[in-house]
Design a protein around this ligand. Sequence first.
Ligand code: ASP
Length: 354
Amino acid sequence: MYLISRVRYFLVVSFILILFFSFNRCKESNHNQKKLISNSQSENFGIVIHGGAGTMSRKEMTKEMDLIYRKKLEEVIRVGHSILKNGGSSQEAVEKSINLMEDSPLFNAGKGAVLNSNGQIELDASFMDGKTLNAGAIVGVKTIKNPISAAIKVMENSPHVMFFGNGAEKFALKEGLEIVDPNYFFTQKRIDELKKIKLKETKISSYINDEIKIMKYGTVGCVALDKNGNLAAGTSTGGMTNKKWNRIGDVPIIGAGNYANNKTCAISATGWGEFFIRNVVAHDISALMEYKGLKISEASKIVIHEKVAKLGGDGGVIGIDKNGNIAMEMNTNGMYRAHMNSKGDIIVKIYIDE
Ligand code: ASP
């Protein structure tokens, strides 16, 4: 009898011990699995946008306009950020953020774009995926409502990188993108600016006078890092006021106005395009990081202040690196810009001294 109860006692204790250890092992493996999932996701996702750099002075900006710009920048960055926060891709965040700015007459992209010297609107855009190094661009289009979406379609659904003019428009139509009458893009503000610039141009060179420069910029761009550690960059523009017909700026040129590489960073530029092409600005920042080990802030400073400025060009860049560090660098008085990080901290700025 005594022996039976000893055996029974032994069995019960062993059973409890087995239960206890298997429960702990299960907890541990769950914990390890969670750790694996969170390790493969980037904690530092983030997004940066710009709405153009230029000669901006507080004197010329009314309080209402200042507020309108800041509100729009905040609306856009919050939309892009929520896409990333919910696990969306950097590509989706960049496209949707730029679409909002293209649809707003405040910026020089899509509706509200600047006029060329013939009084026409010719739009350029490009997109780059940092994971695959795939890219797409469209040049000189007059009827595609959202040029950045067309650039993305070129990347995704064609064997090419860049389409121009009629071909780009036919391609966008075939891809089911919205096509609009060219008049959709025109705003009175841009018509007046062209008239003003034409008057001044008879007396002085259009590229030197500050009053003229103020009317030239306003390109939009967005760079993002998603939770999977993928970088993307997009830029969209009407170019520069009074540009000659068929002039192509830096925006659709991969490596000049736009670049993304998961090894380094994603960059979108804005400014006097000819100088950004000659300095291969966006790729140069990435190259300084890759080959010299510079931080994104250091590389952006060198390219904007030492390279672009030394040749006589002006403008700025936004960038985000593979760890979520950002740069918002300019050699102009201001750049419409905003940033949100994974914690939800938000920055919205216009002037250089903010
Ligand atoms: N970079 C653009 C261009 O030269 C203009 C701008 O950024 O505002 O076309």
